[in-house]
Design a protein around this ligand. Sequence first.
Ligand code: PEP
Length: 250
Amino acid sequence: MRKPILAGNWKMYKTVSQSLSFVEHLQGLVDDLEGVDAVICAPFPSLYALKSQLEGSSIKLAAQNLHQAEEGAYTGEVSALMLQDVGAHYVIIGHSERRQYFGETDESVNQKVHAAFKHGLLPIICVGEDLSQREQGTTKQLVEEQVRAALSGVTADDVTRLVIAYEPIWAIGTGKTATAQDANEVCAHIRSVVGEMYGKEKADGVRIQYGGSVKPENIEELMAQPDIDGALVGGASLDPGSFAKLLQGA
Ligand code: PEP
């Protein structure tokens, strides 16, 4: 019922020429993408070039961030309209690296979600706990607060178009993955929170990804879980061979 979505978050890696060569290589490795939505979250400078190269392909582009304002004197920032114009279909919002290093808050995440929808971009909203929160047993409570804040004011029609990525911070880039059961338990909790806000039918239509050291070796076990509808992948998405295997596994 929910189509899996596999998104590769390249973070601050790859020049334009490296991005183009990745896609050329990937296209030689995967031909059937019927069963999965494939998304590449590229750095801003690569988006426009990738848009032309992906013309006619089902692979979609995402940006890794946006500014919440329509336009204005915000040196160094990029708006939703600009991203939509260069070919972005999705945009990652509230990645833990943005929350940690760039001061993003639940409030700015919510503003960015609204800015994205206003210009036809679909948000991939990241939530997740750090190690001390996991150890204190506050994971579900924290994730629930993040989800409720991010979705504040989002309409019932829009909620099924966005994606929520559950990414435990302690599992990002560390090689440590949550067990498939633990990841599913939090994803199921997220779905129940969306259900409380919008009703079960809407919640059943929302795609929830897991992210945190996902690799070709663990993707199938994660995808077999009932509430995990895909993955947001950092490190293992940088190599076309590995990304192709992840797409096959999803
Ligand atoms: C991420 O960047 O969102 C991520 C999950 O990274 P990694 O797969 O490298 O842990």
